[in-house]
Design a protein around this ligand. Structure first.
Ligand SMILES: *[C@@H]1O[C@H](CO)[C@@H](O)[C@H](O)[C@H]1NC(C)=O
Ligand SMILES: *[C@@H]1O[C@H](CO)[C@@H](O)[C@H](O)[C@H]1NC(C)=O
Ligand SMILES: [Zn+2]
Length: 509
């Protein structure tokens, strides 16, 4: 080759890598520069108004309009039909439909990479968009490998590239290995996980071992510095064999057989140990800055009382329950219908009513789906064996209509719904600029019709990977999602998605 070419080639290579570097940087960090022409939005405009008679804001429900420009909410005007200054402007009139902050579901298992056949980023986030969920926070399992280090988070981020139809944040895993090795944990936190998740009982996934209270203390002391939460699966295995024998009913096709293997005492035991640690999170305490969040509380009895006491004392502790604990009760679960299996289990109707009470009185901070699907072969066993079937309920697309359908019977208001599904989850995950319709926030919005009813039958467009594994199929629900906006992009409208996946990975700084 010519000597000149030899000299030019390395420079050319350098130039190309610079261009590529900035191109990818840009597509990661500045989604707002993507134009509607890219297929990110079903709306060709970046500057427009949406108007309706019911807009849910932190100050209450108003009639008026929201101005959106370059992905953000730039003004909110009271008075229906008063938006804008000239007739040239783009106004979408939603009339009686409700304009609400998009839901933020902070407990979702998208299972990618490694178990994409269980769900995956594409189907999971398309289902989220169709359900008005504009942000999902993905759990560190059941993907494989589990997200327990900087390197495994990187694998997840690579898998997510060009697959996200809504914004997605990530929890890391706290497991014995990294709990005892601060440099791994700090690496994971520095790489941007929004907090950590751990199990006080076997997780069901081999590469996600359970943690003891001592591991949890170690994790909390690191998390305190980052001011990020620890999410805990709060169940400690007690001797449940006796329980089975006492009931004298061990037919694994009968739901109560499974229910009896995981009594409320498991949750109680774990929460007792946790609140003994969270007392140190009070202002001025040795763990100040740390926060414990109890995921999927099912027991509304002693477990809930322990959490209430800890809150009264000033501990930094919060708790979620899931839509299925509020929708279903153990009495109604048919024999062999393993779609309803999850852990902790769905308990009786009395327990459910007490959970609703706690939700409405504000003792339960927020709601999640714990969307945790698998493949039909592991979920719908021919023999209908509740003890062998995969535990996890598939529900991500139905967060809004399920909570609303069952909640309105208990007097749930639109403001409470929005607090439980948007504002509080944003606070837990430390996601600024989301979770409420206020000026300056991302235009993450769901437009829906609380009064519209529909039946989740085979004709209903469900975008999850395995629609018929969901325990909600066959139910009649009210609250139909019309349109969903993520950062001003109209990502879902009238049953259709925007062609491009322009959701953004949310990383903590
Ligand atoms: C912590 O983990 C890192 C990375 O795997 C390893 O290099 C280091 O030796 C570990 N430290 C201890 C004390 O085990
Ligand atoms: C679920 O749906 C799949 C196809 O989408 C079908 O093959 C399977 O038989 C269905 N299972 C049940 C239990 O309906
Ligand atoms: Zn879960």
């Amino acid at each position: 080759m010519e000597p000149l070419l030899w000299r030019v080639l390395p420079m050319l290579a350098l130039l190309v890598s610079f261009i590529l570097f900035f191109y990818f940087q840009d597509s990661h960090l500045s989604p707002l520069t993507k134009l509607a022409g890219d297929g990110c939005s079903l709306l060709p405009h970046r500057h427009y108004w949406i108007t309706s008679k019911r807009i849910v804001t932190p100050q209450g429900i108003i009639s008026g309009s929201v101005e959106i420009n370059e992905g953000k909410i730039v003004s909110i005007t009271e008075g229906y039909g008063k938006q804008g200054n000239s007739k040239q402007e783009v106004v979408i009139d939603y009339g009686e439909a409700v304009i609400m902050p998009g839901l933020i579901d902070v407990h979702v298992h998208l299972d990618e990479p490694g178990r994409t056949e269980w769900e995956g980023f594409v189907t999971g986030t398309r289902a989220a968009a169709a359900g008005g969920v504009t942000t999902v926070v993905d759990m560190p399992l059941n993907n494989h490998p589990t997200t327990v280090s900087q390197e495994t988070l990187q694998l997840k981020l690579e898998a997510a590239e060009n697959e996200l139809h809504v914004d997605v944040g990530f929890w890391g895993g706290l497991v014995p290995e990294n709990a005892l090795n601060t440099s791994i944990l700090e690496g994971l936190l520095s790489a941007g996980v929004l907090g950590l998740k751990s199990f006080m009982c076997p997780s069901g996934i081999n590469d996600f071992p359970m943690t003891t209270i001592d591991h949890i203390k170690e994790g909390l002391s690191v998390l305190a510095k980052y001011r990020r939460p620890l999410l805990v699966h709060a169940e400690i295995q007690q001797d449940s064999k006796n329980n089975l024998e006492l009931k004298g009913n061990d037919d694994p096709r009968v739901y109560s057989t499974y229910l009896n293997t995981r009594p409320p005492s498991w949750e109680e035991a774990a929460i007792k140990e946790l609140v003994d640690v969270t007392k140190d999170t009070i202002h001025g305490g040795p763990l100040e800055g740390a926060h414990v969040h109890i995921v999927h509380l099912s027991d509304s009895s002693v477990s809930l009382d322990l959490i209430k006491e800890a809150k009264l004392r000033g501990d930094s502790i919060s708790v979620e329950t899931c839509s299925h604990y509020l929708a279903f009760s153990s009495e109604e679960i048919p024999d062999g219908d393993t779609r309803f299996k999850c852990s902790p289990p769905i308990r009786d109707a009395f327990n459910k009513e007490k959970l609703w009470e706690a939700v409405l009185e504000g003792h339960i901070d927020l709601l999640t789906s714990d969307h945790s699907p698998t493949v039909p072969e592991l979920k719908l066993l021919k023999e209908g064996d509740f003890l062998k079937a995969w535990g996890g309920i598939s529900s991500l697309q139905f967060d809004l209509p399920v909570t609303w359908s069952y909640g309105k019977k208990h007097g749930l208001t639109l403001e409470q719904l929005s607090l439980l599904w948007s504002q509080k989850p944003a606070t837990l995950a430390g996601i600024a600029s989301k979770g409420a319709i206020v000026v300056g926030n991302h235009a993450d919005i769901v437009v829906w019709h609380p009064e519209l009813e529909f039946e989740l039958n085979d004709d209903y467009p469900v975008f999850l990977k395995h629609p018929n594994l969901s325990a909600y199929m066959g139910r009649r629900l009210s609250g139909k999602v019309l349109d969903t906006f993520v950062r001003g992009n109209l990502v879902f409208k009238d049953g259709k998605h925007a062609p491009a996946a322009c959701g953004v990975p949310i990383l903590a700084k």
